[in-house]
Design a protein around this ligand. Sequence first.
Ligand code: AMP
Length: 548
Amino acid sequence: MLTGRMMDFPLTLTHFLERARTYFARSEIVSRNPDKSLHRYTYADFYRRTCQLAHALTKLGVKPGDRVATLSWNHYRHLEVYFGVPAMGAVMHTLNLRLHPTDLGYIARHAEDQVVVVDRSLLPLLEKFRGAVPSLKHVIVVPDDGPVPEGMLDYEQLLLPEPPHFDFPRLDENSAAALCYTSGTTGNPKGVLYSHRSTVLHTLVCCLPEVLGLREADTVLPVVPMFHAAAWGLPFDCVATGAKIVFPGPHLDPQSLLDLMAEEKVTIAGGVPTIWLGILALLDREPKRWDLHAMRTMVIGGSAAPPSLIDGFRKRHDLEVLHAWGMTEMNPLGTLARLKGDLHHASAEAQLAANASQGFPVPFVETRHVSDTGEVLPWDNATMGELEVRGPWVAASYFSNEGGDRFSADGWFKTGDVVTIDPEGYLHITDRSKDVIKSGGEWISSVALENALMSHPAVLEAAVFAGRHARWDERPLAAVVFKQGQQATKEELAAHLEALVTKWWLPDDYLFISQIPRTSTGKFLKTKLREDYGDHLLKTPGASPTRS
Ligand code: AMP
């Protein structure tokens, strides 16, 4: 091999941090405080305080590779940890504040966190699991809306005496930068350890015009929590490009978010479908209240975005949605539903179908889907199989070396998502493998049924899951939440579905509930639905049978 003669320059987050200070010192970072007031400062302030944090943590004894946890909402101090900790060679570990204290205790103990930076308002949660984490030496409290309790370290007091520059070390690009645990609903959560290199490459690709197209002129609102796969990398993208950032703090209700979008002239926002369903419902009720002209892309991911949601924003509010698929194990972006080729000139219907698929991979992510026996399947838009991925920001193993069965012998990661792939490479997720409905030996796509149900004007949200069935083993059951003040009968819903999906897929019954149970990252918690209603059809065998 003839080796190229270029510099071996490490791909580290430190470069983005230094670049932001040098070239984008006046870009703004806005955060909503717990009392709803806004905190504003510049990238110059952010850089200075990040250096001060690195000094303070060094004094506390934090060394390269040590884990510094966060238990925080999205705000500027969280961003300081996002850069200060990796740039000093330590590892930022984001704890998910929506998890049960028992899980948090397990995760923090497993990660061997030594320091935790915690919002004052979340101290009661920390107290519930702190005792389970023997490695924890220091608790640093972000004094969000009040004083720090006696005997704890105050984030602000800690930074105050420290100098505004830090001599950040030259790191190996493969050194660990951040740790995030999967929010799996079965088995123990597993740690995914991102490297500087994986995060930098992910950031560069995210900023490409055909990906998120993020640039300095943007104003970015990460609604997705910073503990959920590093807010999909959005904070890194912003610092890399010098874009203005708007953090929502703990206020994630539709009205607060719409106020922020309008007042700060947000151009890109990212969040899970539930957030956007709430926002769409409010916009439909008060279409003229907010001026959202600045908004150019609303990124939706984390679970399937129903076509009716994408269409509703587009048709009724002239707002563009970009549907993305990814995983904690992938830093997290994998695919994006952008149009390409002939689709640019296709009918509105065909374009909507492509935009509502999970899209095709971003550069450096490769996909294939395989059968139960590991046979690689054709891209024919019909054959279902488990999606596998590989690329420079796909986990090669878990932090603890558990979950080895997720990594194939020939170098692919098994996602656990069941998909079809069309000849153009667009993915269509039909289910999580553990959520598939197998009726009489054949698979029914719960995602397709959910999307069809959510296109009914009265339906706010719908989750379809497997109910045990005496004859067919499993049959689909639909849990439906109606929009405020609206309703439909089971017969009306069935008639609506009949026009959209094959008849034998129709749910055997509809359960009208007030809220669909969710995971800590906003996905439908189907294990809970199965637990609560899994025997419903056995108990009520006469419930609207659709297949006999
Ligand atoms: P997490 O690691 O918590 O982000 O969860 C990753 C999983 O969320 C994926 O394996 C999918 O099952 C699901 N997911 C993420 N984005 C989408 C999407 N756009 N459509 C359908 N499922 C999604």
